[in-house]
Design a protein around this ligand. Structure first.
Ligand code: PRX
Length: 567
């Protein structure tokens, strides 16, 4: 029997107090995610249970019990406090998927500071816009990533400390840098946990916007209620599971379901900090006897490409339940997974802004391959007519995916940008920015995004950000960035570029511009193709019409071009 049981029954009798009761929380109580993920599990007598099995790309392994992660998060929390970091201040985690990332996240929350995880692959410009917007006080990083922080430090007066977790003690520390070693620190047995309340800010995740710079999605400690219950019911996570969430905590999946929910439930988590290869992934499942696996469509498509034969080389019989998030999960992938693993990947849908799964396929429910499933109990989801901003009277029509904004883990605002937050609502509905239809049985079928944002390998890239970065290259006069289809990543970034006088298109320039963006922004934001063009399609008022370029890339109808200047 699955944790959720019969879906319709759960919907009928639903209340978030189910999670509150299980977690022993009453409205008005102190609620601190760091404490729930570590101290509480130890208080239940499970301190010696393995919380984390970690393996790095060189094959180094580390194992931490719940008591170990309690002590380590205390130690990092105490160190930050000792530096003068106060509750409410933003502390950035800028690291590979090393244990300090997970333990630091919990330590930051324990002292009531706000955790701001950022991908270690980010270039200096991506880093700068996020650190300056959040007015971050401290950055925890590794020595190999410190140069990127140093490069922009002069423009970041709010940063008081750069904490380097693997400093060798030899190289001189630079401006505002301080060394910290978890191994060499005396474990802190008692830490005064900051008495955060339900609405105290917890995590700040940056997400791409269509027209402006990235927005900081601000979450609160009460998010735990949704994250805990959705992990139990949608992912069917149980205390005795060996759980592998493949997401990086730079992405919300890696924090909501890669740290918070699994530790609050008290499972054993596995983290593999190595690049993707089908062989390495299957080996990891076999070695760790993974039972529950939460991954993403791009990875699943890559596994499909690696073929069926390789699957047979490994003993994957420990697997019990599989789920996916981040991009449309094509029906072929669901059917393939059933064939090779003996069970389907259950698609789940949510966003950085929702903080937890809001639509999903639940164990025990009939999976319709290609559908995102149904709203989680307690979530009211619908599809709005884009013109009237009201739910369609009949099913089957594509419209805007909209939600009643009332569950515990919903974002509370965009950091320093309440105006952008308010713009997400229409007629009392939260507008996700996605399009979908609902079939007669209530299943949602994803149809695409309702804006220009590019979802490449599950990561949202803003064309605006890439275009802005392109303009900083000396050869680029104008640019337009759209997506183009890709068999594995579903879509990738493509840039159309006009050159300044004196520059000519060449393979070298093409590579130079690509590299320029990779270093400035990130490998995912890097255009996979640059097309040099004499001019870009524009409206008579001079606005670049990305829509036309997009339609051409996807072989779609171009639609109305009456406003096109050069038609
Ligand atoms: O467009 C939808 C897509 O990813 C967006 C959210 O991205 P992000 O905020 O980075 O969070 C991703 C991790 C939760 C959505 O607006 N998306 C997410 N899940 C699905 C999806 N698209 C189709 N099917 C999904 N299951």
């Amino acid at each position: 029997m699955s944790n959720i049981g019969p879906y319709d029954e759960r919907v009928k009798n639903f209340s978030w107090t189910i999670a509150e009761k299980e977690l022993g929380y009453k409205p008005g109580d102190v609620i601190n995610i760091g404490w729930y993920c570590t101290d509480r599990i130890c208080e239940q007598g499970k301190g010696s249970k393995v919380a984390l099995h970690w393996e790095g790309h060189t094959g180094v392994e580390k194992t931490y019990t719940y008591n170990d992660i309690r002590l380590a998060s205390n130690t990092i929390g105490a160190f930050l406090r000792g530096l003068g970091v106060k509750d409410g201040e933003r502390v950035c985690l800028f690291m590979d998927k090393i244990p300090e990332l997970y333990l630091g996240f919990l330590g930051i929350l324990k002292i009531g500071a706000i955790a701001q995880p950022l991908f270690s692959a980010f270039g200096d410009e991506s880093l700068f816009v996020r650190l300056s917007n959040a007015e971050t006080s401290a950055v925890i990083t590794q020595k190999k990533h410190a140069p990127k922080v140093r490069k922009i430090l002069e423009k970041l007066p709010h940063i008081r400390h750069i904490i380097i977790v693997d400093h060798d003690g030899v190289a001189p520390l630079k401006d505002r840098e301080v060394a910290f070693s978890l191994q060499k620190s005396v474990p802190v047995e008692h830490l005064d946990i900051h008495p955060t309340k339900a609405e105290s800010a917890s995590v700040l995740h940056y997400t791409s916007g269509t027209t402006g710079m990235p927005k900081g999605v601000q979450h609160v400690h009460y998010s735990l209620i949704s994250q805990y219950l959705t992990a139990k019911w949608a992912l069917d996570l149980r205390e005795d599971d060996i759980y592998w969430c493949t997401a990086d905590p730079g992405w919300v999946t890696g924090t909501s379901y890669g740290i918070i929910a699994p530790f609050a439930i008290g499972v054993t988590q596995c983290v593999l900090d190595a690049g993707f290869s089908a062989e390495a992934w299957y080996k990891w499942i076999e070695k760790r006897r993974v039972t529950m696996w939460y991954s993403a469509p791009t990875a699943i498509r890559s596994l499909m490409k690696a073929g069926d034969e390789i699957v047979k080389k490994f003993d994957l019989s420990s697997l019990r339940h599989l789920a996916s998030v981040g991009e449309p999960l094509n029906s072929e992938a669901v059917v393939w997974s059933q064939k090779v693993f003996g069970m389907p990947f259950y698609d789940t849908y949510w966003q950085t802004e929702t903080g937890s799964i809001v639509i999903g396929n639940y164990p025990g429910m009939e999976v319709r391959p290609g559908s995102m499933g149904k709203p989680f109990p307690g979530i009211t989801g619908t599809v709005l007519d884009p013109v009237k901003s009201e739910p369609y009277a009949a099913h089957g029509r594509i419209g805007l995916v909209a939600l009643k904004f009332d569950w515990p883990s919903r974002m509370r605002t965009y950091w320093n940008n309440e105006e952008a937050f308010q713009k997400k609502f229409r007629n009392g509905w939260y507008i996700t920015g996605d399009r979908s239809k609902i079939d007669k049985d209530g299943y949602f079928w994803f149809a695409g995004r309702d804006d220009d944002i590019i979802n490449t390998a599950g990561h949202l890239v803003s064309p605006f950000e890439v275009e802005s970065a392109l303009l900083e290259h000396p050869a680029v006069a104008e640019s337009a960035v759209v997506s183009k289809p890709d068999p594995i990543n579903l879509e990738v970034v493509k840039a159309f570029v006009t050159l300044k006088p004196g520059f000519t298109a060449s393979k070298d320039l093409d590579l130079e511009i690509m590299n320029f963006i990779r270093k400035k922004l990130s490998p995912l934001a890097m255009p996979q193709e640059i097309e040099f063009v004499p001019s870009l399609p524009k409206t008579r008022s001079g606005k670049i019409m990305r829509r036309i370029l997009h339609a051409k890339e996807w072989g779609e109808e171009i639609g109305d071009t009456s406003t096109l200047e050069n038609d």
